[in-house]
Design a protein around this ligand. Structure first.
Ligand code: ZN
Ligand code: ZN
Length: 355
């Protein structure tokens, strides 16, 4: 299935391009006009002349790309017209400000999902299915083995782990990506167990979430004078993966418990490769049933799959009688912040592992 006349989005070397509107969605090379689905660094890149994004992404984008970017923001559902293309943003449930992009032109409706997750987590507007003819979906966890525990099960496990460590006098270091995952963990844990310390790469994003009205428990920086140092052995420490190799960790005692929070933790061996005690299966992407439900809910007959387990998802969709094909993109398989280059054990290796 090749590109067809009238397609509202086509693949170009710079990124996903809308020919009638003359703009790109999450382009990976510098362009004149970019619609940005969310603030993760593989989707929101620097160097574009004009940016359009959801208003809750503004602080994240300015922090990551610089205050001087030319940025127009929209509320969910608000419409702008560009060269006759009707453009609107709709909640993707992935991270704060994350949006699906709906395009309407010449009687056609296309939706580009960006990254998305179906289960509401209280830290961003929940995913809303948008009816369309053609849906462009991510497929980061597009394999049948990926099935996430519910929020309730997940946080019961994390709280039990933290409580047990605190009782044993060990700090609990939980590694998570700084944007989205970290705030979701903070929002969900039982903050009465002990103090919570946020790494310096995480706390500025916590502030962005709080300013957007998301309820997060009190967090301390490790250097806070008001932090009771004697209580550090009861603390939960939220840190990006790169902190695992830093001397910063030493202040939490000789032998803190550690864990990694990621969808990849569903694969056997990943935790061991990360060199941590525990792995919690938590992802801000849809799992296999979630991807299927989301795709079905759009009513789309034509599906493009952009990143993740693309061939498996394309085959499955074609077997369901849909017209599916891949779009080659340069998005990452996980949500890599600036901490990514130093991160331990690449997730790419984990993907090779048989289920
Ligand atoms: Zn992505
Ligand atoms: Zn993302």
């Amino acid at each position: 299935m090749a590109a067809q006349a009238g397609d509202l989005i086509v693949a170009r070397p710079e990124g996903l391009y809308c020919p009638p509107g003359d703009f790109y969605i999450d382009p990976w090379r510098p362009v004149d006009r970019a619609v940005i689905t969310h603030g993760h660094s593989d989707h929101a890149r620097s160097g574009h002349a004009h940016y359009l994004a959801h208003r809750d992404s503004e602080a994240i984008l300015r922090r990551r790309l610089g205050d001087a970017i030319q940025l127009q923001t929209l509320a969910y559902g608000e419409v702008v017209h560009h060269h006759g293309v009707r453009v609107s943003l709709h909640p993707a449930g992935h991270v704060l400000g994350s949006a699906q992009v709906r395009l309407e032109h010449g009687g056609r409706v296309w939706v580009a999902s960006g990254d998305y997750k179906l289960e509401a987590d209280g830290t961003c507007a929940p995913f809303e299915p948008v009816r369309c003819d053609t849906f462009i979906t991510e497929s980061t966890f597009g394999l049948p083995i990926y099935r996430w525990p519910s929020q309730a099960v997940l946080f019961a496990e994390i709280d039990a782990w933290w409580r047990r460590n605190a009782a044993a006098g060990r700090a609990s270091v939980l590694y998570a990506y700084a944007l989205g995952k970290a705030q979701r963990l903070l929002h969900g844990v039982d903050a009465s167990i002990g103090p919570i310390v946020a790494h310096g790469a995480v706390e500025p994003l916590n502030e962005v979430y709080r300013a957007a009205g998301v309820a997060l428990p009190r967090t301390f920086l490790a250097t806070d004078a008001s932090l009771d140092k004697a209580a550090l052995s009861q603390a939960l420490v939220i840190a990006p993966p790169s902190a695992g190799r830093s001397t910063w960790l030493r202040r939490f005692g000789a032998d803190p418990a550690d864990a990694f929070a990621s969808g990849w933790m569903q694969l056997r061996g990943t935790r061991r490769r990360r060199g941590v005690d525990r792995g919690f299966v938590v992802s801000d992407h849809a799992d296999w049933p979630g991807l299927q439900a989301a795709i079905r809910a759009t009513g789309a007959e034509r599906i493009f799959v952009t990143h993740g387990s693309v061939p498996v998802m394309v085959r499955w969709l074609n077997e369901q009688g849909l017209r599916a094909q891949s779009f080659a993109t340069e998005y990452g398989d996980e949500d890599d912040g600036p901490e990514r280059p130093e991160a331990p054990a690449p997730d790419a290796a984990a993907q090779q592992e048989p289920a």
